[in-house]
Write a protein that binds this ligand. Structure first.
Ligand SMILES: NC(=O)c1ccc[n+]([C@@H]2O[C@H](COP(=O)([O-])OP(=O)(O)OC[C@H]3O[C@@H](n4cnc5c(N)ncnc54)[C@H](O)[C@@H]3O)[C@@H](O)[C@H]2O)c1
Length: 285
């Protein structure tokens, strides 16, 4: 199956980035947000991002216009009815994703693939909300989606070979390197990354080193492009906490218990860059 029309649900950090990538790959993109203001903000954000690329000589004006013309922002989920693929990128919360997949199952054509961009949740559980579990898989982009080169394609217990092949072809058409992984908490990247990020918060809370020294140490000592606390702010502290909770639930290990400092920041509404503050302050950046 060739993916020509892609629906993207969720207008957060990831939804916007994936919409840009898919539209640049030549797909018709239907971007669904629950509120008109968020839908409009996403199109404005996309236009701004494309303008920057024109200014830097990475895109010409005609391409910018063509990409924007391929994106339709909607609020009605029914507008996704004609999509070949719908990629869900809403909040990392299982009940929210189950409700959405059940609704999408009733709206989308029988042949449509329904994919999730979940970071850690069970793709099989999400597929269970539909009557087409063979046509459900994970297509996990990384943040920022236009920049990061890898996509994890997640095969759940009942994902068909045709679904995985179509998901792979879509991600490759977006210019991504595809890795295959089975449906287990955190897949490859987050299973390895988040225990480290969680430990960085515990280290900070222990008073062993300052925020800046932890980030400087991991950049200079391991040649990582970002320190762990900067990276948590980029991902979003609420999303990070959900990921760590899911990994902890899967392992049951005390060592994987979420850092209380992370939960406290989320409770204060400090969600990282997207809210203007997290481990760092972004209000004047
Ligand atoms: N942030 C990252 O670095 C990252 C990377 C890869 C994958 N992901 C995954 O992508 C998904 C979205 O993450 P994000 O960072 O874009 O989150 P975000 O907080 O930026 O956006 C979440 C979006 O979900 C919407 N939403 C909230 N509750 C909803 C509901 N009940 N029904 C429908 N929509 C709802 C919000 O309005 C918002 O548009 C999550 O599953 C996350 O695990 C995130």
């Amino acid at each position: 199956m060739t993916i020509k029309r892609v629906g993207i649900v969720g207008s957060g950090i990831m939804g916007a980035g994936i919409a840009e990538v898919a539209a640049k790959a030549g797909c018709e993109v239907v971007l669904r947000s629950r509120k008109h203001e968020s839908a409009d903000a996403m199109v404005a954000g996309l236009a701004k991002s494309l303008t920057k690329q024109v200014e830097k000589g990475r895109l010409d004006d005609a391409e910018r216009t063509a990409v924007l013309d391929r994106v339709d922002a909607v609020t009605d989920l029914a507008a996704l009815a004609e999509c070949d693929l719908v990629l869900e990128s809403v909040v990392e919360d299982l009940p929210a994703k189950l409700a959405l997949f059940a609704e999408l199952d009733g709206i989308c054509g029988d042949d449509a693939i329904l994919a999730t961009n979940t970071s850690t949740l069970s793709v099989a559980a999400i597929a269970g909300a539909t009557k087409r579990p063979d046509k459900v898989c994970g297509i996990h982009f990384f943040n920022p989606a236009p920049v990061m080169s890898v996509v994890e394609v997640v095969r759940a217990e009942r994902s068909s070979d045709a679904t995985i092949a179509a998901a792979r072809a879509f991600a490759e058409s977006c210019g991504k390197d595809v890795v295959d992984v089975r449906d287990q908490a955190g897949f490859i990247v987050n299973a390895l990354l988040f225990p480290y990020l969680n430990d960085a918060v515990k280290l900070l809370a222990s008073g062993a080193a300052t925020r800046d020294d932890i980030d400087t140490a991991m950049k200079g000592g391991c040649n990582f492009p970002m320190g762990p606390l900067e990276l948590l702010d980029l991902v979003g502290l609420d999303t990070s906490l959900s990921i760590i909770e899911a990994l902890h639930a899967a392992s049951g290990e005390d060592a994987d218990t979420p850092a209380p400092m992370l939960a406290a920041l989320v409770a204060e509404g400090k969600l990282g860059r997207k809210s203007g503050a997290g481990f760092y302050d972004y209000s004047r950046k």
